[in-house]
Design a binder for this molecule. Sequence first.
Ligand code: AMP
Length: 218
Amino acid sequence: MNIVMMGAQGTGKGTVAGILKGELNIPHISTGDIFRKNIKEGTELGKIATKYADEGKLVPDEVTNAMVKSRINEPDCENGFILDGYPRNIAQAEELDKILEEKGTKLDLVAYLKTPTEEIIERVMARRECPKCKRVYNMVLNKPKNGEICDDCGVELTKRVDDTEEKLKTRLEIFFNETEPVIKYYKEKGIVKEEEISISINRLAPEAAKDLIDSMRK
Ligand code: AMP
């Protein structure tokens, strides 16, 4: 099963992908996580990515596409993958089609998570992560047991450098201008499944993940 997670920042793509990974036993590939890891480790890729990622801008396509191509061609993707954070524009979507065609496979499902914009801003501002185990918390929806301390590691949680109101504005603009057309591109192929995720209707990541899994089993 080759799956792409789509949706604006803070909709819960990573959380849903984590649940799908457990159910389907295929890797969860988050391009944002790969960039952040490389930035932290100071690799050549990290040195390029940091200039863009810290500002909430997209890393150039040629860098991102090459990284995704090599990751998707690793042996653990033989039975499928869950891409999260890629493709982010039409050029990347066309490149992904090419990469998959060369592998003799194609996308099976695009899961599009939809959340009202006001809620997105609230959710991203409340997002924290454990710098050690990378577990993601939300200070409104999914708080740790004690203050801002990781339940698993006992380490103080941090905020992502790009989770500020100003950078989120840039990131959302990119989402609406460049990434939404990708959803249309996939809708034309008939492979999009939309999932509403909103606290206002009491429907969060676990319900969306369950619905996606049920639809795949039909
Ligand atoms: P994310 O965690 O998905 O919000 O990604 C964090 C940052 O990594 C983004 O703001 C970009 O700078 C970079 N990034 C992640 N995925 C991509 C992509 N598909 N194309 C370009 N840049 C990306």
